[in-house]
Write a protein that binds this ligand. Sequence first.
Ligand code: NDP
Length: 397
Amino acid sequence: MAKVLIIGAGGVGRVVTQKCVSVPEVFSSIMLASRTKSKCDVIAREVGQGRVETAQVDADNVPELVELINQFKPELVINVALPYQDLTIMDACLETGVHYLDTANYEPRDEAKFEYKWQWAYQDRFKEKDLTAILGCGFDPGVTSIFTSHAAKHHFDEIHYLDIVDCNGGDHGKAFATNFNPEINIREITQKGKYWENGQWVETEPFEFRKELNYPNIGSRSSYLLYHEELESLVKNFPTIKRARFWMTFGDEYLTHLRVIQNIGMSRIDSVKYKGVDMIPLEFLKEVLPNPGDLGENYTGETSIGCRIRGIKNGKEKTYYIWNNCSHQKAFDETGAQGVSYTTGVPAMLGAKMLLTGQWKKPGVFNVEEFNPDPFLEKLGEYGLPWHEESNIDIEV
Ligand code: NDP
């Protein structure tokens, strides 16, 4: 029985809140806080079953966070605000003696750069205070990292080649929309690509490498090599990996819009003056694009995210594929949110449950693959994300 504070009232915050409400034996008391309290109130009213308190907080401001945490006294903060807030929330957790969990690694506002170094630097401070910080507990990062540790534990003596494949085979009927926060999403996919090979990072131009990959129940989709943050911790934690890559599908229509957005300067993250006011083009663009949290109603199709792995077991080469498919419509019917929010929110709740029930509790700062994958994967299907695995098939990569 524990109190939990959820910060961030977007699509992911909605799913985490509903899922925590559905497990009262662990989350006995829940508070949802965010920059805009009215958004928390809507979520509490729609999915809170009368068990969710709400509050306003500016998570960029450590004293405000500390005051809220001291008032509510949670055991754990689940951070599903934006990656910019990771460090301030970690600071507040340290000051108040509270565990921490997030789904996306810190990035500075003025540079689209995904690196764990800022959060890994908190290792000693969390250890000294006997607190646990769990980093990247969404789907990717999150379940993809846990799939990899499951493969390493149960299917391979050595993993050699890891390809994480992320397909959104859904259709939301809009000409252009992103599936999670547009600002974070566009920053992520317009930066240079990068993959790990033979002990070093190889940089690529954005969208330089493309492969046609087949996804279960979806079919063939153009998949592009991107850099994604879990690659950094996975190659560190599984040093037998010779090559690690991340692929994500994009349709031609999406890429055309993205190219135009870049060409006309709307993806810029530096400040420009407009009518005497400083503004950041990408932050403005976010305000006029569809809200990812509102895409659910007419969203059809499925996401399919998994890991395709080659390596050695008992002296023999082996291939292995582990994946989840999630229906946007089913996610919406259950939670009022689309599949991408759902596939992020369910693992965040389950990681929180692992921590609060002692199964994933150890002092320090950890990526999810550093914990035992078994109790997590045992429960993942039950909470809405069933997974599948196949060995010695053509994995196409
Ligand atoms: P949204 O933009 O829909 O929601 C973010 C929420 O955070 C909003 O409610 C926003 O408030 C709030 N927020 C922003 N800044 C502050 C602040 N300074 N103080 C308090 N609250 C703040 O994003 P999503 O729900 O789509 O995504 C949430 C997180 O999940 C992101 O970090 C994203 O990167 C991550 N994610 C992870 C994935 C994974 O698989 N690991 C996949 C998808 C997302 P307001 O409403 O006022 O704007």
